[in-house]
Design a protein around this ligand. Structure first.
Ligand code: PRT
Ligand code: ZN
Length: 292
């Protein structure tokens, strides 16, 4: 199916930040060609009816809600914080982070109950308020717009609520996390309004299929190996593939070549078991796209 010109879509992505590189990589691997140098506000995709809008991440949900953009790539954390009514289409497997509660390393506080009546500094006011209210722990929330990690050192707060990914920033500021409010990753979002437009909807489905095949490919590795016919059943059970593995006869009748895929998560475990089952000369290749 070809994309529909009348259903031209506008995709809002972060101009310059933590999500930018992986967003551009995803679009590139999905086969979308556009000018990436000296990112202006707008660029047009050369081979898909798609405009790309480079903006601050905080503005993306608003643009989806008011129709300035049809699609957006944004951290789930922003949606949770502001409670935007957008349609979440696909988690994208990057931009992972957690909204964590941190206290000074030397503090006696071990759990959230001990934060009762304490001062907590954050940029994520709404998420924090909701969390402590749900847990029935009264606290004093202090809004800080940046560098929340320094609030305890400056004596402004007893604890902080902030995003963490590696946790380095908290550690460097002598803080330790005691709880996680939620976990987040980058999402592809749209609005119901867009999906009601038949042409736009058709193009959204095309893009979704492309993105899904890129994400599926990241999860798998392509493997080829030689195996004695006698251990074929054992090996098929280990690498069942998406339907069943490809078996190619070899000149030596007692041996076959097997082609299949392995999930990244269990990769080394499966490789060990394949070797135990008699597989030899195992070749592993990355997959660019995996259309399921
Ligand atoms: O300029 P613009 O408004 O577009 O960007 P921004 O500065 O507001 O956002 P940016 O680029 O920092 O983050 C964009 C999105 O990336 C966030 O909304 C999250 O969805 C996601 N993300 C993933 C993170 C992190 N990881 C992260 N670690 N956003 C922020 N951080 C910060 C955190 O606030 C803390 O200051 O990084 C620090 C901690 O990192 P670690 O690795 O030391 O734990
Ligand atoms: Zn921002």
């Amino acid at each position: 199916m070809k994309p529909i010109e009348q259903g031209k879509l506008r995709l809002a992505i972060q101009k310059d930040g933590r999500l930018t590189e992986e967003t551009l990589h995803l679009l590139g691997v999905a086969g979308l060609e556009f000018e990436k140098q000296n990112r202006r506000l707008f660029t047009s995709c050369k081979n898909f009816p798609l405009e790309i809008l480079f903006v601050r991440d905080d503005d993306i949900p608003k643009y989806i809600v008011d129709g300035t953009a049809d699609l957006g790539i944004v951290g789930q954390n922003l949606l949770i914080e502001e409670g935007y009514k957008v349609k979440q289409l696909l988690p994208l497997g990057f931009g992972y982070c957690s909204l964590a509660i941190g206290v000074p390393r030397e503090s006696k506080i071990e759990n959230i109950a001990q934060l009762k009546n304490k001062k907590v500094a954050t940029t994520y006011l709404k998420s924090s308020k909701r969390f402590f209210r749900q847990n029935k722990i009264p606290i004093e929330l202090i809004y800080i717009s940046g560098s929340v990690e320094v609030a305890p050192i400056m004596g402004v707060a007893d604890a902080i609520v902030d995003l963490i990914s590696t946790g380095n920033s908290m550690r460097l500021n002598d803080l330790r996390p005691i709880d996680i409010i939620y976990s987040s990753e980058a999402l592809l979002i749209t609005s119901n309004q867009v999906l009601k437009n038949e042409d736009k909807h058709a193009n959204v489905e095309l893009l979704l299929r492309r993105f899904k095949s890129v994400l599926a490919a990241k999860k798998y590795k392509y493997v080829m190996m030689n195996a004695p016919v006698s251990s074929l059943n054992k090996i098929i059970a280990l690498v069942p593939g998406s339907k069943s593995p490809t078996i190619v006869p070899l000149a030596d009748k007692d041996w076959v070549a097997i082609h299949s895929v392995i999930e990244e998560e269990t990769f080394w475990e499966v490789i060990e078991n394949l070797k135990k089952a008699g597989a030899q000369g195992i070749l592993v290749n990355p997959i660019e796209k995996f259309i399921l």
